[in-house]
Ligand binder design. Structure first.
Ligand SMILES: [Fe+2]
Length: 128
């Protein structure tokens, strides 16, 4: 089983020492805290809060997946070049649209071709 890295799994000293490395690989979810059942809800996932990741042919963000608990809701495949290609850096980003029926606990997982799997903090959406 592949190791899944998580932003929150590192202690404060590790975080400071490796901040750019951790930040640029971590998916961050932006979504409303409250939603209406049956209505389309945008869920944005961006890699990196403050730092950009390389977009080289041998090193890029290749996939972003969105889970509700254990259930895979959506997946986006990205190719090198989406953020400018060789020598460029950027923040891989995708907006999924989901239609909630009940409370969701969303988590995103991203895959870097060199540095493996990275998991976001969960984002809870209350549905009324
Ligand atoms: Fe990487």
């Amino acid at each position: 089983m592949a190791t899944i890295n998580a932003y929150q799994a590192l202690d404060a000293s590790e975080k400071e020492a490796k901040k750019d490395y951790i930040d640029r690989h971590s998916p961050f979810i932006t979504v409303a805290n409250n939603a209406k059942a049956g209505e389309k809800l945008p869920v944005n996932v961006r890699l990196g809060k403050d730092y950009s990741h390389p977009d080289d042919a041998d090193h890029y963000i290749a996939e972003i997946k969105l889970f509700d608990g254990e259930t895979l809701l959506a997946s986006a495949a990205l190719m090198t070049g989406v953020n400018g290609g060789q020598g460029a850096k950027g923040q891989a980003e995708v907006t999924f649209f989901v239609v909630p029926q009940k409370k969701m606990s969303l988590t995103a997982v991203a895959y870097c071709t060199k540095h493996g799997l990275w998991q976001s903090d969960p984002a809870v959406v209350l549905v009324g």
